[in-house]
Design a protein around this ligand. Structure first.
Ligand code: FAD
Length: 341
């Protein structure tokens, strides 16, 4: 079950020292660079640029497009932090299962989740043990509209469990995070969000100091919320009656009705930013969590950062074995369906 050297994946204090020179530039302000190169092509909607922009000019203006800086021509100070924070600038896709110290199937004894509730169990345990004070999760309303939530309240973390198959622009919740103060934050996100956190940590000291734990989800693809809702409406789905959405064995399944259709039917609404991503397992996380590889009702947990081995092993949970061949198969499949052009 052991693979890799158990290296620390954390951003670490002081990461990025000496790297503060401005990135290379094409003509125009940095925001215009970002817009032309990334946002107009393959933005992953992580919203790291929103978190990084010191004048708070970049914001999430719509749930069906990348963030934007209204009035950037006049108000962008051309500091370059948006470009530095962007995981898609100078993008080199990551792939594979990455290195990890241990793989475990985990089922929380306390919390219901998308699979085994492992993410929620890890977050709550980390808060209870004083490893972190806040968690950045993705909450959802009664119509499954996702919204990022930075919270120190365990109940809110528990209520935010389960997968929302829509871009939530999670790192926008870190906008305005002050450098002073000793808050310790855990972040949950898809592979692109994990890469974005690593860039934020490398480029800006406050993120390196405050983000202590990065939980990466397995992810094949994500969708823009309005597009997904339109698709489901056309299928006759009453979204407010859905208690859980799932993708299993090539099918998009809605519970409790059991309505399902081939996930391939969603191909037309996969956003451009997902079509270039090859990272299925969030290789840069401290702990990766997914569905495939474990029995129903369990989550697959890959502990990459040895610092968190004790945390996972002491969870109030049942443990089992992971089928790593399936995880690897899916990781390779993602590379095949998103070839580099
Ligand atoms: C868009 C997407 C696609 C996925 N695709 C796959 C896949 O193809 N194969 C696979 O094995 N697993 C996939 N997963 C992971 C899987 O759905 C579960 O999230 C994972 O198994 C953890 O389950 P759990 O019961 O341990 O988590 P829970 O305890 O239910 O916690 C889930 C956590 O994820 C957070 N979250 C929910 N939606 C989002 C979101 N949109 N963005 C960021 N965070 C979010 C919640 O806030 C919560 O903290 C995907 C997840 C997402 C978000």
């Amino acid at each position: 079950m052991c693979k890799g050297g158990g290296r620390s994946m954390g951003g670490g204090k002081g990461m990025g020292k000496g790297r503060r020179k401005p990135p290379k530039k094409i003509p125009g302000k940095y925001f215009e660079n970002l817009k032309r190169v990334v946002m107009d092509n393959y933005c992953c909607n992580c919203a790291a640029c929103v978190a990084a922009c010191p004048v708070k000019g970049i914001s999430v203006t719509s749930y069906s497009s990348p963030p934007y800086f209204p009035g950037w021509e006049d108000n962008c100070t051309d500091c370059g932090f948006c470009v530095r924070a962007c995981p898609r600038w100078d993008y080199v896709p990551l792939s594979g299962t990455g290195s990890y110290v241990e793989a475990l199937a985990v089922k929380s004894n306390r919390f219901d989740g998308q699979d085994g509730g492992a993410v929620t169990e890890i977050l709550v345990s980390a808060m209870e043990k004083g490893i972190v004070d806040f968690a950045l999760v993705v909450a959802g309303d009664e119509n499954w509209k996702p919204s990022p939530l930075l919270t120190g309240n365990v109940e809110e973390v528990v209520l935010s469990s389960k997968t929302k198959y829509s871009h939530a622009y999670p790192l926008s919740a870190l906008k305005g995070l002050k450098g002073a103060g000793s808050e310790r934050i855990a972040v949950v996100g898809t592979p692109c969000v994990v890469s974005a956190v690593r860039k934020l940590q490398a480029e800006m000291g406050k993120f390196a100091r405050k983000i202590k734990l990065v939980i990466g989800l397995f992810c094949m693809e994500n969708f823009y919320y309005p597009e997904l809702m339109k698709f489901l409406k056309e299928k006759g789905v009453d979204i407010s009656s859905v208690e859980k959405m799932d993708i299993k064995k090539g099918k998009f399944i809605l519970r409790p009705s059991g309505t399902s259709f081939p996930v391939k039917e969603l191909d037309g609404i996969v956003p451009p930013g997902c079509r270039v991503c090859q990272d299925f397992t969030s290789v840069q996380s401290d702990i990766s969590v997914g569905s495939v590889g474990s029995p129903d009702g369990f989550s697959t947990v890959l502990i990459r950062n040895a610092e968190y081995l004790d945390l996972v092993k002491s969870l109030n949970a049942e443990f089992g074995e992971v089928n790593l061949d399936i995880v690897e198969k899916l990781a390779n499949f993602k590379v095949r369906i998103h070839p580099i052009k």
